[in-house]
Design a binder for this molecule. Sequence first.
Ligand SMILES: *Cc1c(COP(=O)(O)O)cnc(C)c1O
Length: 391
Amino acid sequence: MAEIAQIEAGARLTVDLGAIIANYRTLCARAPGAVCAPVVKADAYGLGAAGVVPALLEAGADTFFVAQLSEARELRALAPRAVIYVLNGLVPGSGTELAALDARPVLGAMEEVEEWAAFCSSTGKRHAAALQIDTGMNRLGLSAAEARALAGGNAGALDAIDLALVMSHFIASEIPGAESNGRQIAAFEALRAHFPGIPASMANSSGVFLDQKPHYDLVRPGYALYGGNPTPGEPNPMRAVVTLEARIARTRIAEAGESVGYDATWTAKRRSHLAIATLGYADGLPWTAAGGTAAGGTAAGGTAAALVAGRRCPIVGRISMDLFAIDVTDLGEGKVRRGDFAAVIAPDLTIDELARASGTIGYDVLTGLGQRCARAYLAAGRSFGAARQRG
Ligand SMILES: *Cc1c(COP(=O)(O)O)cnc(C)c1O
């Protein structure tokens, strides 16, 4: 099976579970005394919750965050005893479903608080939930005034609920000098004082690394677990997790003056050796990875690189849906053959680097990867699930 999947797929995505476990431990160590609760929304940032969650359980994680109810259901099957929070909150009428899964909504609007309180009253049980308070994102979360009024107890809604966590979310924690960090921390501290004795949470991956150490009782890292750099501009404190390699379908020569790919965005300046690799934007390689401009544009192209035979070579021409081209001229004759693999993400060719070259963020690249790659999960020197392909 593994063999067949490797042969049928144009590319392979390798997820190093040992590195995820190491990253989990690094994050725990950065926030001593706080619960380190992995965020595994969007199928563990695209890497496959079914592979990633067992590794995190093995590392000692017992509290997780997902975005929505369907993800909570999948996670519950993988983690029967874990505490599960649903970040997007309470979909109208979904109380019974959430309670059946023993999942906790992160209540992010007064209407949700009221519905959850009514649901609890109707079942005669104080079901657990988190409360999100907005400190600047203007996305989900109660306003400061709503949070104060709720804590003041005028509606009595809180009496019906088992309030297990009060949380907020940073708008720019990846920028350590951002003025918003201090402002949000101050706002959160003032508001959480209205909820004495309730555990508090503020930090995502980058928040864990802020000098102010806004760790409180629980931290919620996602991106850093999967190898993304939570401290942009500084060396990455995390271990690389993902390797993405494409098979080379063929090599060819482009003579000086000949163009490569759609819209002729790249023209060979010299007689060039090319490797054509079987991975494209349908697999999550950004269309913009090779200097993409609007269709019909004539950008020189080629800011992203691929690793071929251990060396960086420029990606040239438009990224196609299923293919891309690499200029391997500088490798010299005979170094690349049909059937070899070229990496676009590897320990020394990072997700953040590919994202930067593509004009996007690593989160976007990560969550878009591998719709039809053969996947392999590596753990402590052994590998499994090599045949697993995402449906
Ligand atoms: C996605 C998310 C996180 C995790 O963020 P990372 O930057 O990936 O660590 C934490 N908290 C909330 C509310 C989120 O939506």
